[in-house]
Design a binder for this molecule. Structure first.
Ligand code: NDP
Ligand code: 2IT
Length: 455
């Protein structure tokens, strides 16, 4: 009989769990990708703590506590009734009420919401705050819709969603396609239905009605704070580094802002139609005016700055040589080919502002080529961390200043970096922040699940 060592036993256990999941979820590729990335990195934990296998922790944690799917019927400006699909995946409440954003994008389906919800469990745990994992959204496409259509859609969406959420149950926020405007409409409808005023039910609100200062900036700033810590490993800073940031939405805008404040030269950003390249440095006021004020397309940047170039199609943004790449748009935007191009051009660090922006193959290439890698669930946790600070302020009925929130955010990002690094070292994978973040995030949830009995 062949006896296996603890590492092999752990790997065998993970293989079995993954194979079963693959067999039953072949139609959910994004979900499988997120699960694979996390659970294989937990092998050293199961090798050291076989009691977690005894407790079937992996089988339990990969199964959402609840998935809600609902019809969203709303009327467009022509009086025609439109129908979309709504989702809320309440993944884990082991360490706090469900918490996570809402995404409105035509690509949204159950696989995408589950991948995001699964990642959110570990990300939220890493923040050090008492928040469980969740995600939601709809296949509704906000592009080209009037403000009234957006409002009617949000009201119809909340008319269903309100049954499942609450300040102590589940607290949504924004994500792709859901910004302050949508949060306002969703919040208004929740209060109307509840005949109450419950600011703690949703985060990302405008500061004038209970939102936290610095929430808008938090994800982008947080990503840069995290990469700033990581760069110390090679005695570098953002000063004079050439940076490429994909996207031009909430996360991208404030990643660019903080990188520029720290002295970086940010030369490119994008939207789903194409990218702009401005070798003299992106003028962020123009980007904000196009995207935040006018809701326009990034292409319009060259009207104000003809010296910049616009390239149709967003994928080739990674062919622009840079020291630091900050993917801040969407999942799987850096595949193996893009990673090879970045590496050939001498990239030193990749910091993930978006969720799962690198494919598994791209991540392997970063490690093989000694590229510093800040994984999404650690690097972009600043957004949800400040959401939790918003919940705290709402409970206390008070406000912190921008500087106070920003200082807390900075401290949280430093701690996430430190805890991820220490976990990586403790479990034999020094310098691997991906494994470290996954382990540090997992341990807290795992111990909470064990301590609370079979949940
Ligand atoms: P926004 O809607 O504000 O911006 C998204 C940006 O990415 C836009 O420029 C958009 O272009 C582009 N984009 C979206 N989908 C695609 C696609 N399929 N292909 C190419 N480009 C695309 O969203 P956020 O900035 O809030 O979110 C960006 C990423 O960050 C997402 O992965 C999100 O999950 C993640 N994230 C967000 C947090 C937050 O607090 N908002 C927190 C943590 C992570 P276009 O306008 O053309 O659609
Ligand atoms: O992916 C994310 O962490 C978010 N979209 C933010 C979630 C939140 O609750 O602030």
């Amino acid at each position: 009989m062949v006896t296996m060592n603890p590492e092999q036993v752990a790997m065998h256990y993970i293989d079995e769990v993954y194979k079963n999941l693959e067999a039953t979820h072949a139609h959910e590729p994004e979900f499988l990708q997120a699960v694979k990335e996390i659970i294989y990195s937990l092998a050293p934990v199961f090798a050291k703590r076989p009691e977690y296998m005894e407790a079937s922790l992996l089988e339990r944690i990969i199964e959402p506590e609840r998935v809600v799917k609902f019809r969203v019927a709303w009327e467009d400006d022509n009086g025609k009734v439109q129908v979309n699909r709504g989702f809320r995946v309440q993944y884990s409440s082991a360490i706090g009420p469900y918490k996570g954003g809402l995404r409105f994008h035509p690509s949204v389906n159950e696989s995408i919401i589950k991948f995001l919800g699964f990642e959110q469990i570990f990300k939220n745990s890493l923040t050090g705050q008492p928040i469980g994992g969740a995600k939601g959204g709809s296949d509704f496409d906000p592009k080209g819709k009037s403000d009234s259509e957006i409002m009617r859609f949000c009201q119809a969406f909340m008319t269903e969603l309100h049954k499942y959420i609450g300040p102590h149950e589940d607290v949504p926020a924004g994500d792709i396609g859901v910004g302050a405007r949508e949060i306002g409409f969703l919040f208004g409808q929740y209060n109307r239905i509840k005949a109450s005023y419950l600011p703690g039910v949703i985060t990302g609100k405008l500061p004038r009605f209970g939102g936290s200062l610095a929430r808008k900036e938090a994800t982008g700033y947080g990503t840069v704070y995290f990469v700033q810590e990581m760069l110390k490993e090679i005695n570098a800073t953002f000063e004079n580094q050439t940076v490429v940031v994909s996207g031009s939405g909430n996360v991208s805008t404030y990643a660019i802002e903080k990188a520029q404040q720290l002295g970086a030269l940010v030369v490119a950003c994008s939207d789903s139609d194409g990218y702009i390249h401005d070798p003299s440095g992106i003028k962020l006021d123009t980007v904000k005016d196009i995207k935040e004020v006018r809701g326009g397309r990034i292409k319009e940047y060259i009207d104000a700055h003809p010296e910049a170039t616009y390239v149709e199609g967003c994928e080739n943004i990674w062919s622009i040589p840079c020291d630091i790449a900050l993917p801040c748009a969407t999942q799987n935007e850096i595949d193996a080919d893009a990673a090879k191009t970045l590496i050939a051009n001498g990239v030193k660090a990749v910091g993930e502002g978006a969720n799962m922006p690198s494919t598994l193959e791209a991540i392997d290439l970063y490690f093989e080529n000694n590229v510093l890698f800040a994984p999404a669930k650690a690097a972009n946790a600043g957004g949800v961390a400040v959401s939790a600070l918003e919940m705290a302020q709402n409970s206390m009925r008070m406000f912190w200043t921008f500087e106070e929130v920003d200082a807390k955010l900075h401290e949280i990002m430093r701690n996430i970096y430190k805890n991820s690094r220490e976990a990586a070292k403790e479990f034999g994978h020094e310098n691997n922040l991906l494994i470290g973040a996954n382990i540090a995030g997992f341990l807290k949830v795992a111990d909470a699940m064990i301590a609370q009995g079979i949940i």
